[in-house]
Design a binder for this molecule. Sequence first.
Ligand code: ZN
Length: 226
Amino acid sequence: MAYAHYWMNGEAVDLPVGKAVCVGRNYAEHAQELGNEVPEAPLLFMKPASALRSLADGIVLPQGLGEVHHEIEITVLIGQTLKDADEETAKAAIAGYGVGLDLTLREVQNQLKAKGHPWERAKAFDGSGILSQWVEARGISTRQHIAIGLEVNGQLRQEGHSGQMLFPIAALLAEISQHFTLQPGDVVFTGTPPGVGPLQQGDKLALRLGNFFIATTEVLTGESPL
Ligand code: ZN
């Protein structure tokens, strides 16, 4: 099993490289901007471990497949196994909070949606799950709203906070654990606020997680090293 260094409060924590479970349409305004209905239950999909990439390594856009959209999201690092968990147990299993990008091949996704096909080609490609460092969950009250913001080339593109989520984080983890066991090292992407849009080579991004940190990265130019 492969292990990754996860930077948390400046210290490396080694956890297995796991899957990412992602939530679609968890902010009403984002569902509306893409013309989607607000879901009655969380819309879940996954990215494999091979899709995950550290923000510090930069972003590589797939070529020739149409627009790649940024979706900034609060990310949750799982520290303990969760299966059929209630919300209290789910909360206690959160190791850390971070910020990530659920990169999406939007035109491919629209074609897949039109055909009723699964979304993996649009959502689970190599380098589609961009992860920041983590802030240790201990000390962060889940009652406190966690804010996120994304600037691209100095322009604010997206912002939101956990209080705007249709399904709050503890409820999401509990629901996910009814269907997929969450294991230490797994990551949950909790949905994106409005303002998604395409990225271009050379774009410089700044991702903010509350008052904890601002992480910067850029879209790499040239041939994909993946
Ligand atoms: Zn997303």
